[in-house]
Every structure is written in C-alpha cells, then in structure tokens.
Design a protein around this ligand. Structure first.
Ligand code: GSH
Length: 228
C-alpha cells in the first residue's frame, strides 16, 4: 500500500492565509488525503492551542497524532514523509536541495516581513518598503537564474517544487496587496522566471481545484459564524 494511504492527516488552517495555502497545495500536489479544520484566529480551538503551544499559529499539521508546526518545516516534512513525485526538493542533488531551501528561507526572512511593513505603513515608508520588496525579488530572480533554473516553466523544471509552492501560494495575495495598498510589487519584465513559475503554478489543475475548495471552506466558515 502506498505510504500516503497509511497516514491520518489533519490540517488546522485559515483560508485567507498564504502560509496555509502552501500546505494545502503541497498536500494536494502529492495526492495526500487530509481532514481540514478552519480556525477562527480570534478564538483558536483548544486542539490548536494544545498541539501548537509554542507558536499557536496556523498552518498546523497533525500526522498520525504527531503535531508539526511552521509552514516551511511542514512543506519539507511532507516531501520527506511521502516520497512520491512531484518532489519539492530533488531527491539526489544535495546542492540543489540546499539552494532551494536557501531561497525558500529568503522569502520568509526578507519578503514576508516587507508585506507586513507595506500594510502597516503610510506614504514614504510604504513606498520604500514596496521598493525594497521588489529589489529583493530581483535578487531572488538572479539567484534562481544562476543557481537553479533550466528549462522552466517551474524552478525545478517541468514539475512544481518547493519554491514554486511557496511563491505560487503567495501570488494572488501579492496582487491583492498591490491593489489594496496602491503599490507595485511584481513586474514580469523584472522577474520573468519567478513570474513564469507563479503563473504556471496557478494554472495546474490540482491547484485550481484546491482554490475552489478553499473558497468554499471560507464561505462555510463565514456562514457558521454569522449563525453563531
Ligand atoms: N512562521 C509561521 C507564520 C504563520 C502565521 O503567521 N500564521 C498566522 C495566519 S497567516 C496566524 O496563525 N496568526 C494567528 C496569530 O498570530 O495569533 C509559518 O510559516 O507557519
């Protein structure tokens, strides 16, 4: 029996969270069946507080009763635990695996904090944060081109991998942030490879299907709240 059929998998998440989106999409791409629990982040479930006492955040994954926290860690766990394609990290290339982890970590260290800064600042500070975001994205584009890219359309080639999942999951959120905050964050001319990866990711059937599912979860959650 395939390994993924043996495991009981449960995800606590929030349908509006890009971090949770990454985990949903990785599970879907790997063909892993799981139960999902939508969390009210203003009134977190006892299960989440008990199982994730350190961060108390979503996404939170529970596999055969064992809790795993933090999206970047969860993505790598999924790839380790279900050794079937698509591989988020190439199986036999330690150099490439490390480079993918490096640029994945770069997203968390450099890009994510700037999205918070853009949301919480005004005027010149907002403009500076947006410019810094784009400059980091260009740095990442150049790194990916030199160290990882071959034929595309994904960073790993013709199958989506770790960076595609991370960036692809954030793409809609970034476009939304641009509209809502009146800033420019992503330009195809400046970062064509990353845009190729993000566009191709959102075109995958598995991802389109999951997006519809997430929208339904969000709707059901809102209806439950309005009746409560
Ligand atoms: N570093 C964490 C960040 C997760 C995170 O910030 N989750 C937010 C939702 S997007 C959350 O749970 N917020 C509730 C809180 O901070 O109490 C990860 O990558 O999983």
């Amino acid at each position: 029996m395939a390994e993924h059929q043996l495991k009981e998998v449960k995800l606590h998440g929030s349908a509006t969270s890009g971090f949770c989106m990454m985990v949903h999409y990785a599970l879907k791409l790997k063909g892993i069946a799981y139960d999902y629990s939508e969390e009210d982040l203003k009134n977190k479930s006892e299960a989440l507080l008990h199982l994730n006492p350190v961060h108390k955040k979503v996404p939170h994954l529970i596999v055969d009763g064992k809790p795993i926290a933090e999206s970047f860690v969860i993505l790598q766990f999924i790839d380790d635990a279900w050794q079937n394609p698509p591989y988020l990290l190439p199986q036999n290339d330690p150099f490439k695996r490390t480079k993918l982890r490096f640029w994945g970590d770069f997203v968390y260290q450099k890009l994510v904090p700037l999205t918070y800064a853009i949301r919480s600042s005004e005027g010149y500070a907002k403009k500076k944060a947006a410019e810094e975001f784009m400059a980091h994205l260009i740095t990442m584009e150049n790194g990916v081109r030199e160290e990882l890219w071959s034929e595309g359309p994904f960073v790993n080639g013709d199958e989506p991998g770790l960076l595609d999942v991370i960036m692809g999951s954030c793409y809609r959120g970034l476009r939304y942030l641009e509209d809502a905050q009146g800033v420019k964050l992503v330009e195809k001319e400046k970062t064509p490879l990353l845009c190729s990866s993000m566009d191709a990711f959102l075109e995958l059937d598995a991802i389109k299907e999951r997006t519809i599912y997430l929208q339904e979860c969000m709707q059901a959650f809102k209806e439950r709240k309005s009746k409560a």
